[in-house]
Design a binder for this molecule. Structure first.
Ligand code: CA
Length: 230
């Protein structure tokens, strides 16, 4: 089954670019050039994911989300030109699942789409991979983190950072490297990486001041202790 993605974007050129890349990933796409048209399409058809621009003519992305979230839990990726929008949306508590800041590399959007679709189990084609450490299990297919079989809430970026470090367990990565890989951008506020690492530690470490799994290598960065992988 092909995943079906609705793109709500008023800039035709960008919408075409997004469609081009997502189709290459084997995803079906539909384009709406306004939030109103998007809502009408969503009422007619069960899409798997929405890629949403914030700055739109008529109803904007914030209003769209508020209305849409009343009766849908379909994943939404916000594509916004302003990083501040992320704070506004988080502040409003209206669920967006991911943020991509414009301008972005299309592969970054594709990676986010893939990750979210995998999480909502629509996307297939990748082999199941599970990593275990201590009482924990990081499951790519279910796109979740479990402790003793119980699913723990984990944000997409936390998952991606943890996965990246686990996949390369034993290697040290600088904040810059992690930022570049996970955020898909060369420059930006790399201190965000430490914030996410702290959040991950609070989930997986017994004593997050003295981490057993996700370690700090002073002056170098972070590494996942290879010895801890089961
Ligand atoms: Ca726009």
């Amino acid at each position: 089954m092909k995943a079906d993605v609705l793109i709500i974007e008023d800039e035709q050129e960008l919408a075409e670019l997004e469609q081009l890349y997502l189709r290459r990933e084997g995803v079906q796409t539909t384009w709406a050039d306004s939030a109103e048209k998007g809502l009408a399409l969503l009422a007619e058809h069960p899409y798997d994911l929405v890629v949403l621009d914030i700055n739109l003519p008529g109803m904007d992305g914030f209003e769209f989300l508020q209305q849409f979230r009343r009766d849908s839990q379909i994943p939404v990726i916000i594509v916004s030109a302003r990083e501040a929008d992320e704070d506004v949306i988080l502040g409003l508590g209206i669920g967006a699942d991911e943020f991509v800041t414009k301008p972005f590399a299309p592969r970054v959007l594709c990676a986010r789409v893939r990750a979210l679709l995998r999480r909502s189990t629509v996307f297939s084609g990748e082999q199941r991979t599970v990593y275990r450490f201590g009482p924990y299990e990081l499951d790519y297919e279910g796109y979740n983190l479990k402790r003793a079989g119980e699913v723990l809430p984990i944000a997409v970026r936390e998952f991606e950072i943890l996965r990246y470090l686990i996949e390369h367990a034993g290697s040290v990565f600088s904040l810059q490297e992690i930022y570049h890989t996970i955020w898909g951008q060369e420059y930006g506020d790399i201190s965000a990486v430490s914030v996410y690492v702290q959040r991950i530690r609070k989930k997986i470490e017994e004593d997050y001041h003295d981490p057993k799994y996700l370690k700090t290598i002073h002056g170098k960065g972070y590494l996942f202790d290879r010895e801890q992988l089961l």
